[in-house]
Design a protein. Structure first.
Length: 153
């Protein structure tokens, strides 16, 4: 085998391994908008095992799309990863980030930016922290427009 062929095979193997480090899934939710009946909403996540988190996106019934990063809180995350972006006492009472969040944590937090100017904050509790988002869980999101979302995956 020539060195060029060997190099191409190595590149293909690395690309295959990196692709295997992500998982895509969905989260089902119900959004409650002030003065309107609750409606179904679905999130899509892409978990990246190398980053202890991934991306999360959804589109609300209003048509506003949201996307952003989520972080699975673990001992490898420095506190500045989640503060102040993911914690603010005016949002849902998740409690401040502290050392209890980090050891074997079942917490996932996310801040999603809307394409019409709103912001969504989410907090999830994982069923199986070792498996991350693919292991399922429950959560809540709050939107800056007053909407609330209850989610289960």
């Amino acid at each position: 085998m020539s060195s060029t062929t060997r190099r191409l095979v190595q590149v293909a193997l690395v690309a295959t391994m990196l692709t295997g480090c992500t998982t895509t899934g969905t989260i089902d939710g119900r959004v409650a908008v002030p003065d309107k009946p609750a409606a179904a909403v679905a999130f899509t996540y892409t978990a990246s095992w190398a980053r202890n988190g991934g991306t999360l996106s959804t589109t609300l019934p209003s048509g506003e799309g949201f996307s952003g990063q989520y972080v699975h809180i673990a001992s490898t995350n420095p506190v500045d990863t989640i503060e102040p972006s993911f914690w603010d006492p005016t949002w849902i009472d998740w409690g401040p980030p502290d050392t209890l969040w980090f050891h074997g944590s079942d917490k996932v937090v996310a801040t999603l930016i809307g394409d019409k100017g709103d912001v969504m904050r989410c907090s999830f509790r994982l069923n199986d922290p070792e498996r991350g988002m693919p292991g399922g869980g429950v959560g809540q999101c709050q939107v800056s427009n007053g909407s609330h979302i209850d989610a289960r995956f």
